[in-house]
Write a protein that binds this ligand. Structure first.
Ligand code: SAM
Length: 233
């Protein structure tokens, strides 16, 4: 008997059944799923920051530009007080999030069906949220989307609620790392209206909508989590 024949067979029983354990492998077996590899790297640092920033009581988070929806699932799984509503700008994007959600029935009561929201078209209809979260939108959309995001969040946040904006930003007129300079150049080549935003410009836009600026978090890979609060808690 050859060594090869003695190896254990790879059966479906040996594959992880939890979609969130290895999303890349799971998506490879389910071609209708979109997988965003960066979410597997940044989901845990983001979750840690959110655990610190969100209320410990039951609370609601509205996510803008959810992409694949993988952040929504991870946060809901590991932040048990949270009810999370993902969103995307197109019906196709909303449907793609629904595909992932269908594989996580344990989260059906705390991840609401994804909704259609164009960040650039505030105000957004719906219930007040304790937090509005967005990752990696501001540099991959025109500046009008960031302004819309802030206006929309101001229209949906409950008093004392927070707007959380994750991604790469410039600070004091400079890139925060060499990787960001190359990233910015590649974005602007794809679309001249894209590119890394100045954190101070986002702060100013938030203040103009009545939000107060709170201490931002330095995140891995030269990212930041910007924090803005709506009124007093
Ligand atoms: C780089 S992806 C980030 C997706 C996800 N947040 C993540 O971190 O993996 C940018 C997302 O922004 C969405 N998007 C672009 N313009 C938008 C807009 N005006 N309103 C809402 N979403 C938008 C795109 O559809 C895309 O899913």
């Amino acid at each position: 008997m050859s060594l090869k024949r003695m190896e254990p067979a790879m059966t479906s029983h040996s594959l992880p059944t939890d979609p969130l354990e290895d999303p890349a492998a799971f998506a490879a077996r389910h071609p209708r799923l979109r997988h965003a590899p960066a979410t597997s790297r940044n989901r845990e640092p983001i979750r840690e920051a959110l655990a610190d920033l969100l209320p410990e009581r039951p609370c609601t988070v509205l996510e803008i530009a959810s992409g694949s929806g993988e952040h929504a699932l991870w946060m809901a799984r590991h932040l048990p007080q949270v009810t999370w509503t993902p969103s995307e700008a197109t019906a196709e994007g909303v449907a793609a999030i629904g595909e992932w959600l269908a594989h996580c029935p344990d989260l059906a009561d705390r991840v609401r069906p994804p909704v259609l929201i164009d960040a650039a078209r505030p105000p957004w209809q719906g219930e007040p949220a304790d937090a509005v979260f967005v990752a990696n939108l501001t540099h991959i959309a025109p500046w009008s989307a960031t302004l819309g995001l802030i206006a929309g969040a101001a229209s949906r946040l409950a008093r004392g609620g927070i707007l959380l904006i994750y991604g790469p930003f410039n600070e004091s007129g400079s890139f925060t790392g060499p990787g960001n300079a190359a990233f910015d150049a590649s974005l602007r080549k794809q679309d001249p209206d894209w590119g890394l935003r100045d954190r101070e410009a986002i702060d100013a836009a938030a203040m103009a909508r009545g939000l107060s600026v709170e201490a931002r978090r330095v995140m891995p890979a030269d990212n930041r989590l910007l924090v803005y609060r709506c009124g007093a808690s």
